[in-house]
Design a protein around this ligand. Structure first.
Ligand SMILES: Cc1cc2nc3c(=O)[nH]c(=O)nc-3n(C[C@H](O)[C@H](O)[C@H](O)COP(=O)(O)OP(=O)(O)OC[C@H]3O[C@@H](n4cnc5c(N)ncnc54)[C@H](O)[C@@H]3O)c2cc1C
Length: 457
């Protein structure tokens, strides 16, 4: 690529804080609240978009608050978020599901508002429309980040930085080793979510319950669809039929999610293979392609899926959701074996229950690997190999391709965010780098805030 030389220049220091959280998605919101908990730290959260919430705002349910055995494994601050949402009628129950362990339907707009309320109460300073584009690194420490906004290029200095950008942007710019995808670099494809209204949901329930052979649901028994919220994962035959009749459907399974409104269904079926969200031209092409797919998938639903005869596209997510991009190399790299063997870690800072769920990088299908019970996530996945005062929480924590396909769900990302924020706060209190924090003290603080860490008390 052709290059030019940019002259060195003085930058304004917009803020000096104790903890800077980059990215205000499920992980970042929890990290900021946890870091600000005792009101002693100056905490700032920066997000590139015009709202808080990240993928909480694209029409997805939160999966796996419950583990494979049906007990609640994600609690703490994440549950407090749900309690607030429920008080406004903006979240459903944690409904058990054989495929997803549990699903909790949320209202996207209220998710943004509730996140704001939590920031205000915790005293977190929020800065939106601001991209973190680089870091200021000295030796093994990050001294702050470089941001860009309509105000130009500026710096924010921080004692601790928590990277919750999903893409590991801070870690990458700080020189932390990062990986993308499987052995060939293939990443799970992104999806542009959208909702349809005017759906006769009862008709869809009846079709699945009365003719489960035709309206197959992979591992889920038809009874699961009789009442309450649901996610369909199946109707493979309907897609085949549509494809035989010339429709271009990019996925093998029909994934539909009930909304909070009676006639509302969210559609998780566009998919653009080969997109890399860290390359703007690739992400742009993905958005372009997904928008075309959206109408073709809607036509498929109209013609082939009971209940959609009069349905129409009502709402489109504000951006195409990214399932996978960079993950960091941390002090520990979690693997699918850890998950499937439910390995215990002395430094567990979260217990999660979602299975390995890999949307294939090529083709339109998926691999699911279920475990019998919940599994520990060790603190070390939040701590990069180098850079002592940086923590990385959410889908970019230190996991291999298969493990991140399990830990990427939002409930788990919230728990990782809470753990990172708590560790940052305690490390500052102890006067040590987060990489050297007393993990037992972090566990104690998490438990005191209602988190679940297995049989640790
Ligand atoms: C299509 C799809 C379907 C999914 N289905 C489900 C589901 O049903 N249930 C479930 O629980 N999970 C689901 N997931 C997974 C889940 O949504 C994500 O893995 C999870 O949201 C990751 O959380 P996060 O906080 O790490 O990142 P994100 O939610 O991506 O949040 C990252 C935040 O950082 C901001 N940001 C990024 N870069 C920068 C930067 N450089 N500077 C400043 N801000 C920045 C972004 O604006 C965003 O707000 C799905 C994901 C996708 C894409």
């Amino acid at each position: 690529m052709k290059t030019i030389k940019e002259p060195a220049r003085e930058l304004n220091v917009r803020a000096e804080v104790d903890v800077l959280v980059a990215g205000g998605g499920p992980a970042g919101i929890m990290a900021a609240v946890a870091a600000a908990k005792d009101k002693k730290q100056r905490v700032m959260l920066v997000d590139s978009r015009g709202f808080l919430g990240g993928n909480l705002t694209i029409g997805l349910p939160i999966l796996a608050f419950l583990g494979p055995k049906g007990n609640q494994v994600i609690r703490g601050e994440a549950q407090k978020f749900i309690d607030r949402m429920r008080a406004k009628g903006a979240a459903g129950e944690h409904k058990r599901c054989k495929n997803h362990m549990s699903l909790t339907i949320i209202d996207s707009e209220q998710a943004k508002t509730t996140a704001w309320e939590m920031m205000d109460e915790a005293g977190v300073t929020v800065l939106l429309y601001t991209f973190v584009v680089d870091t200021i690194v000295e030796g093994n420490a990050v001294k702050g980040v470089i941001i860009e906004s309509k105000a130009g290029r500026e710096a924010i200095l921080a004692k601790t930085v928590i990277d919750c950008t999903g893409d590991g942007d801070v870690a990458f710019h700080a020189g932390v080793e990062c990986h993308k995808g499987d052995k060939e670099g293939g990443m799970q494809p992104p999806t542009l979510m959208y909702s349809m209204r005017g759906v006769e949901v009862q008709k869809l329930r009846d079709a699945i319950c009365n003719d489960p052979k035709k309206y197959d649901m992979d591992v889920m028994p038809p009874e699961q669809f009789r009442q309450g919220h649901f996610i369909t994962v199946g109707l493979r035959g309907c897609i085949k039929e549509a494809q035989e009749q010339g429709l271009n459907i990019p996925v093998a399974r029909t994934i539909l999610i009930t909304g909070l409104k009676e006639d509302e269904i969210w559609v998780n079926m566009t998919r653009v293979n080969g997109v890399d969200s860290t390359r703007p031209e690739s992400y742009t092409n993905g958005e372009h392609e997904a928008r075309k797919q959206m109408y073709e998938v809607a036509e498929y639903l109209h013609r082939f899926v009971p209940g959609f005869e009069k349905a129409y596209i009502a709402e489109v997510a504000p951006f195409m959701g990214i399932r996978e991009s960079r993950v960091i190399v941390g002090k520990y790299i979690m693997t699918a074996e850890d998950i499937l063997h439910m390995k215990h870690f002395d430094d567990a800072i979260a217990v999660a229950g979602y299975p390995v769920d890999i949307h294939h990088a090529k083709g339109g299908d998926c691999t699911m690997l279920f475990c019998d019970d919940a599994y520990d996530i060790p603190y070390r996945v939040l701590v990069p190999e180098k850079i002592e005062n940086l923590l990385v929480a959410g889908r970019c924590s230190s996991m291999n391709h298969e493990a991140m396909a399990a830990t990427r769900v939002m409930s788990t990302c919230m728990a990782l965010g809470e753990a990172a924020g708590t560790a940052a706060r305690i490390a500052l209190e102890e006067g040590v780098a987060p990489s050297k924090v007393d993990v037992a003290a972090v566990q104690k603080a998490l438990l005191a805030n209602g988190a679940y860490l297995g049989d640790r008390k």
